[in-house]
Structures are given as structure tokens and as C-alpha cells.
Design a protein around this ligand. Structure first.
Ligand code: GDP
Length: 204
């Protein structure tokens, strides 16, 4: 997919105030510092569409970006940031669960995982919650350039194997990316493009 246009539309905390357009929507979410902003900038080939924040956990907003005038890329707040208080965590959970359970336009989520890490409880619980609520998602492994090719392949395999040894009958669809090298860019964009074509550009 060629990115002809990418623009910021709005930020808010209330799913009821998200854009009314019936455009297909894809949400990006993951732990703070996982590389979400860098990935969004890499995918859209825009240097600072998503703000790479110096202080993770600060931007607790649902951010809508309109891509090629025919789909929304949604940047959700990073979770699991240690400095966020318990109350803030609860509020966060509420508006994220609201977003995922109420946003009809959502086609699929992308859960970002730092490819260097072993499965972490917070990510596993989040993906299980998505599964229980039948919200389609793929994993995007980030920072692929930080490992040598053999280690990269091994980590991805081990991560997915551990999921299958856990509660998952089948590991989720996944992508391996690097915002530094552009690895995986075409795969993610082609995946979105194929779904958009399949559903005829109309949100569910
Ligand atoms: P966010 O908090 O999830 O939005 O993460 P950021 O995009 O701000 O990235 C967090 C840190 O990881 C920054 O220092 C980035 O430069 C670095 N980073 C993000 N993606 C990559 C990547 O693909 N490769 C490398 N080497 N560093 C990355």
C-alpha cells in the first residue's frame, strides 16, 4: 500500500466522541516504550505523526489518524507504565475496554510486543481479554533490528510456542518489524489493504 496521505484527526478519551465516519479502523496498542510511535511513523513514512514521547504513559488518549482518506489508524495509549498510579490504571482500563467493546468501526487490533522480551503477564492478559471478547488482533513484534537474524527467528518462535502451550489453541497472526530498518512495513500495510478491499472499504 502506498501512503498518499496521513493526517491527525482528533484525540479524546471518550469512545462516544471518536469520528463518526464508517471507515475501517485499526488500533495499535502495547506497553509503554514498546516502539508504537516509531512504528506508526515508520508505517506512514511520516517523521512525527505519532509523537515519540520522552515520558511514556503521559499521553492517555485515543488518537485517530486518517490514512489515504479511507481508513483510520488509531494510536491507543501505552499500558503498564510503572509510574502510573493504581487509580490511573483503572481509569485507563475502563476507557480502553470501552473503546474495544463499543467501537463498531474497529476491524482489527495490533498488539505490539518487543521481540527481545519473554511473554509478559500484562500482554498475555490483554490478549486473552481480546480473545474472550472476540476482538480480532495480530501481534506486531517490534525492534527486530536489535537482534541478529537467528536470535530474532528463535525469539518469535519461542514466544508463539509459549502462547500455544498456554491458553491459545493456535498462536495469533503475527508480523516482525523494525522501525529502524523498515522491516515488516509492507507486510503490515498489505494485510490492512487486503482486509479493506475484502470489506469494500466499509467499516463493520
Ligand atoms: P512508544 O512509547 O511505544 O511510543 O515507543 P517509542 O516509539 O517512543 O520508542 C521507544 C524507544 O525505542 C525510543 O528510544 C525509540 O527510538 C526506540 N525504538 C522504537 N522502535 C525501534 C526499532 O524498531 N529499533 C530500534 N533500534 N529502536 C527502536
Amino acid at each position: 500500500m502506498h501512503i498518499k496521505s496521513a493526517s491527525f484527526v482528533m484525540s479524546n478519551t471518550d469512545v462516544g466522541k471518536c469520528p463518526k465516519d464508517r471507515l475501517p479502523e485499526y488500533a495499535f496498542i502495547g506497553r509503554s516504550n514498546v516502539g508504537k510511535s516509531s512504528l506508526i511513523n515508520m508505517l506512514t513514512e511520516r517523521k512525527s505523526l505519532a509523537k515519540t514521547s520522552g515520558r511514556p504513559g503521559k499521553t492517555q488518549l485515543i488518537n485517530h489518524f486518517l490514512i489515504n482518506k479511507n481508513w483510520f489508524l488509531v494510536d491507543l495509549p501505552g499500558y503498564g507504565y510503572a509510574r502510573v498510579s493504581k487509580t490511573a490504571k483503572k481509569t485507563f482500563q475502563k476507557f480502553i475496554t470501552n473503546y474495544f467493546s463499543k467501537r463498531e468501526q474497529l476491524v482489527s487490533a495490533f498488539v505490539l510486543i518487543d521481540v527481545r522480551h519473554e511473554p509478559q503477564k500484562i500482554d498475555q492478559e490483554f490478549m486473552e481479554w481480546l480473545g474472550e471478547h472476540q476482538i480480532p488482533f495480530s501481534i506486531i513484534f517490534t525492534k527486530g533490528d536489535k537482534l541478529k537474524p537467528a536470535a530474532l527467528e528463535r525469539n518469535v518462535k519461542d514466544y508463539l510456542k509459549k502462547m500455544e502451550e498456554g491458553v491459545w489453541e493456535q498462536a495469533p497472526n503475527h508480523f516482525v518489524t523494525s522501525s529502524s530498518s523498515g522491516l515488516g512495513r509492507e507486510d503490515v500495510l498489505e494485510y490492512i489493504d487486503a482486509i479493506n478491499k475484502e470489506i469494500g472499504g466499509q467499516a463493520p
